[in-house]
Design a protein. Structure first.
Length: 183
């Protein structure tokens, strides 16, 4: 597991590694990226790397986790959180590209579910308020559906606007069967 950074310099180094990993994954497959190459691209020593991460996978997890956290506070000028969610992924297409090219879409989904399952996440509060008992299954189903829709949008070249995607998601959540053909 990667370490939670508490100093300004460790936060900066961690961001450098995450950015370097994203840049390298645009040129090389994840499997071909070494810690040495990652450190050189980030401009840090291996000693600093291993102070922050146990291995290359931890750097990947940190990159994904920090992107998930960034989604939550992205474009606060956009008041609709669903539009904000879709806007983030459209604006961060490079991240979607490298995750898809390296078969990490499932890892992204897993990390999002883990984040939502954390005690401090508001989604859990709303589920309990509605009286839903098996919250993990509801969360997994909901997040999987939302990310499935997001990936379909990505594969389609982001043709719809984030606002149109938010409207579609709202329709699906409010009345999921209404859009299906009869028969």
């Amino acid at each position: 597991m990667y370490r939670k950074c508490t100093t300004e310099i460790s936060v900066r180094h961690q961001k450098q590694v995450e950015q370097a990993l994203l840049e390298l994954m645009q040129k090389f497959s994840y499997e071909d990226i070494t810690v040495t190459l990652l450190c050189a691209e980030a401009g840090i020593t291996r000693r600093i790397f291993y102070h922050l991460f146990n291995n290359k996978a931890d750097a990947l997890y940190a990159m994904i986790d920090h992107c998930i956290l960034e989604v939550e506070s992205y474009r606060l000028d956009v008041t609709d959180p669903i539009v904000r969610f879709f806007r983030y992924w459209k604006d961060h297409r490079r991240l979607m590209d490298v995750l898809q090219e390296n078969n990490f879409s499932g890892l992204l989904l897993e990390r999002i579910i883990d984040r939502v399952m954390q005690e401090d996440y508001d989604f859990r509060y709303w589920l309990r308020l509605c009286g839903w008992k098996n919250e993990r299954d509801i969360i997994v189903f909901t997040i999987s559906g939302i990310m499935g829709l997001t990936f379909r949008w990505y594969y389609g070249g982001f043709r719809e606007s984030p606002e149109e995607m938010a409207q579609l998601l709202e329709k699906i959540i409010v009345n999921p069967i209404a859009g299906l053909p009869a028969g």
